[in-house]
Write a protein that binds this ligand. Sequence first.
Ligand code: ADP
Ligand code: MG
Ligand code: MG
Length: 946
Amino acid sequence: MAKATKQRYCYAFEEGDGTNKKLLGGKGAGLCTMTQIGLPVPPGYVITTEANIEFLEAGDKFPTDLMDEVHEYMEALEKKTGKGFGDPAKPLLVSVRSGSALSMPGMMDTILNLGLNDETAQGMIALTKNERFVQDAYRRFLQLFGKIGLGIVPVKTPEGTEEDKFDKIFEEVKKKYNAHVDTELSAEALAEVVQKFKDLIKRQTGKPFPQDPWAQLFLSVEGVFKSWEGKRAVDYRRQFNITPEMAYGTAVNICTMVFGNMGNDSATGVGFTRDPGTGENKLYGDYLINAQGEDVVAGIRTPRPLKELRIDMPGIFKELEKMHHTLEKHYREVQDFEFTIEQGKLYMLQTRNGKMNAWALCKTSADMVKEGLITEEEALLRIEPDMLEQFLHRRIDPDIKQEPLAVGISASPGAAIGKVVFDADQAERMGNQGEKIILTRIETKPEDIHGFFAAQGILTSRGGKTSHAAVVARGMGKPCVSGAEGLDINYDLKEARVGGVVIKEGDIVTLDGTGGRFFVGAVPMLDPELPKDLAELMEWADKAARIEVWANADTPDMAIKARQHGAKGIGLCRTERMFNEADRLPLMRNMILADTPEERKRWAEKLTPMQRQDFVEIFRAMDGLPVTIRLLDPPLHEFLPSIEELLNEVNRLKEFNQILNALEQLPGTLAILDPDLHKYVPSIETVAREFSEFKAKGLDQKLLKQKETVLRRVRVLTEYNPMLGNRGVRCGISFPEIYDMQIQAIFEATAIALREKIDARAEIMIPNVCTRQELVWVKPRVEKIHKEVEKRFNVKIKYKLGTMVEIARACVRAARIAEVAEFFSFGTNDLTQGTFSFSREDAENKFLPIYNTEGILRHNPFEILDELGVGWLMQHAVQAGRQTRPDLKIGICGEHGGQPQAVEFCHRIGLNYVSCSPMRIPIARMAAAHAMIKETKGGAGRSKSL
Ligand code: ADP
Ligand code: MG
Ligand code: MG
């Protein structure tokens, strides 16, 4: 009778295509699959999501053939079970369960025991000889059916709480019989509840409770159908961007009831095929003897761990263990399932992919590869690169419920406990004594860097994710909370206030950089825990990947960490960080302030050994791997005191000189005022004498002159727009002594390392290049120093000379630049600034948020690489550069280098490596593997056009 093209709305569990979650919903698909792979599922069928959509589109009307089909499928159910729908002699009871492609709170869920009415209830009592059980089932049905089928939903009370009329009645009866828990209610008491529920339904709907099971069934299906457009479900889909492509409509599952509450040989439970907390390959879950499904989650009685079922019901436990293998073999994923045992017989009621924490996900993925269930690539794809972040840092124990004192921006992840210290020098002093420090500042500056080294964590009351504090802390892998605006810091009083709480220097606080919070006192925390299986997964990732992962590392410590995390080289070693250390900054200042090249050279020579020592140690850490050293990059004034600071000092010195003059007169003056005064304060004379000696030597004037000279020099060096000013290679050309010193330090360090049999591979990187001519200018100086050092140390030194590509023009002229440069490294921070003509701080603080909300720019291009603009320039530079020099090595060393999306882009345009902060290396390695696996799967070409 049915035509081949007839729309079909129902599928028996034996028929439905378990891979089609869109049509059958997740729950329905699972029930079909389980049935078809031979697991014991109570008979049932699925009404499709398409039926739901047609129903809604027709203005809440059942599609024409649906009723007929449901009748057909109910008859089939009757046949399969040998029971009759509405037949008091052998009543068939079913559950009606919603389920869309994605699980979605807010939709009507499940009605149990549908098919009960006064007659079938009596029939059940006769059959089971258990009136209490039947009355209990009846009242459960009435409540769920009342809500879903008849729309008697909880209402808001004037106090704003939700009131469920059924619950209220139930509680009243419990009170009447002095019952604390449901199980204490007798059959009579439950029968009273049933009667009261029926009365309630009549009051609410104006009609008696429908005794006809068919009416019950269609009202229930209708209720579930309508719930798809219910406000909560719609809001949920909007909030989580669930599009119709992902889930459209809900299916309705009709499933024969089985009872876990039929005595002590019955039970109900939920389980995981593996422990979702540890990943251990062991059945995990809870069950309750003599209970119905929802009781396990409802917390009425405390469920027991599944492993005890081995003792309670050994046969069933064995069956469950077997089922675990069947399920995993089929799904090749850890499963989360529901089961019920009815009088010694096991039934499966649901299965879905299990949600696990990151640790368990790593373990189960690695284990499943070893068990032959999945491939290495499938295991890798399960692990979202960003997820690895949580393994790398200490974290606040999630079980601790202490309230934070203030909340700011999570600027750099991790957690730390330490004493609050408000300045960098003090932090360094206390740090040297082995104290744990939280450097706490309104904001930080480059001259605070020694405080960063000494501190466990950094806290600032101002600044965002890109503030100095945030960027430096991230680079060092230290936790940082920035912009904790509730924090009122007073440097003079050495205290910070939050509301009424005062924190003094030395007070212990706990910083949670991951959550952007901070606490008073020491909050318990968990150490970073690398899953045992991560190393193995990482090996597979490296094997799968094409693009390499290098590290941005400025210090020997960072280099060691980078190598531990699997870096294949250093892609960016910033030499200026080395000059910010307390013992070097004065030398650096003097070098910059020098008036003549000769004087500058003298100061530079004092810096050479220090820089050389750093390089030697980094070479040791990176033995056999390339180390890309960038010559000085930032504008020089960054190393100098500010003009205001200097003006203040000059003025102070001038005042001081006036006081000196006054003091010289003082003894005479005092003698006139009170001839005896010298008896009481004899030191005044002495002091005055000392001051005049000081003056006689000309020290007063000398100091003043010094400061005035510095001031003059700083004024000369001050630029209108330092980021676009005399920096990078331009500065290297204006003050050649600086680059000479650095180049010499690099080659000498290489020579020293080579003597120690360390395979040192320096790659000298010139920043801020815009034209080939700049490199042509630098190159002979490098070669000259190279030759000189080789001769002096009597060794052969191999090296490479390359450039940062961070200026738009350099991308455009890449073909010519590659004639001189042996490698490129994209500096995407500056390149992004230049391409957009945005200065980063201004953009992020002023207008980017508006651009985001107005939909003008979807992302912050400093966080998410702008593939269409900046990426286009990069791709051009790659192609042009390789045309000149086919083996041109190209990497990226901007902050984007550790972002999974950017890694994938760099992979696509054919870069050789990405370089990122040591802490992000595992993330980038995983992202690199994903990029390659996706490319192979998608069949995309090597440099897919943008
Ligand atoms: P949810 O999506 O909220 O888990 P379910 O449809 O899975 O909703 O059902 C709620 C509870 O009822 C679960 O514990 C489930 O195992 C149980 N249940 C559903 N159908 C049946 C049935 N036919 N027999 C016995 N218990 C059932
Ligand atoms: Mg369920
Ligand atoms: Mg730069």
